[in-house]
Design a protein around this ligand. Structure first.
Ligand code: FE
Ligand code: ZN
Ligand code: FE
Ligand code: FE
Length: 197
């Protein structure tokens, strides 16, 4: 299947380069994953970095929140997050890889977004509503990630690793539900009352 590519003339090559610069095909890095297993390991390193970054970001969010419920939810999720880091280390061990973190651009961006939401709000119910919004974006990213990782693990016949990833997936879903309830039950309404002042 690759023969036509190998035989391509330099003219064709230069047009291929042009296509790449338009963002249609991405040139792989020298260490690019070749199979699902490598992609799985790379993705584990990504979320390992993300979870560690969250242990630094969550306390700041808790400190900025005023609703007792929300502060409690964030602090509880911090403890859960620490457990998830330990679970990821177990997953690395199970698949015979060294635990390593690789910067997650998405989580870095989501954390930054949370910080700008805080800067753009007065402390109180409005900032609380913003913190919930930012936290749910984070939880949804994690839900997508762990869902994918558990599926990859199953395909790779790493059932024990899959079970651990599935456990974390459930915790992320639970965190998302708790945040939704906090928003619907009180915080969004308190925040909307600030509009009338
Ligand atoms: Fe997490
Ligand atoms: Zn990530
Ligand atoms: Fe990422
Ligand atoms: Fe989470």
């Amino acid at each position: 299947m690759k023969t036509t590519e190998t035989k391509s003339t330099s003219a064709q090559k230069s047009s291929a380069t042009k296509t790449q610069s338009k963002g249609q095909t991405v040139k792989p890095k020298s260490d690019a994953a070749e199979g699902l297993r490598e992609l799985f390991v790379d993705s584990l390193k990504d979320i390992y970095w993300a979870e560690k970054a969250l242990t630094k970001a969550l306390p700041k969010m808790a400190k900025n929140a005023t609703s007792e419920n929300l502060v409690k939810a964030i602090n509880e999720h911090l403890t859960v997050t620490e457990g998830q880091i330990g679970r990821l280390e177990e997953v690395f061990k199970l698949i015979g890889e060294k635990a390593a973190a690789k910067k997650c651009d998405a989580m870095e961006g989501l954390i930054k977004e949370g910080e700008s939401i805080m800067e753009e709000t007065q402390q109180g119910p409005v900032r609380d509503a913003g913190i919930i919004a930012a936290s749910q974006k984070i939880e949804h990213y994690e839900i997508a990630t762990y869902g994918t990782l558990a599926a990859f693990a199953l395909t790779l016949q790493e059932e024990d690793a899959a079970a651990l990833l599935e456990q974390t997936l459930q915790e992320e879903k639970e965190a998302d539900t708790i945040l939704t309830e906090a928003a619907y039950n009180t915080i969004n309404f308190d925040a909307s009352e600030e509009d009338e002042e």
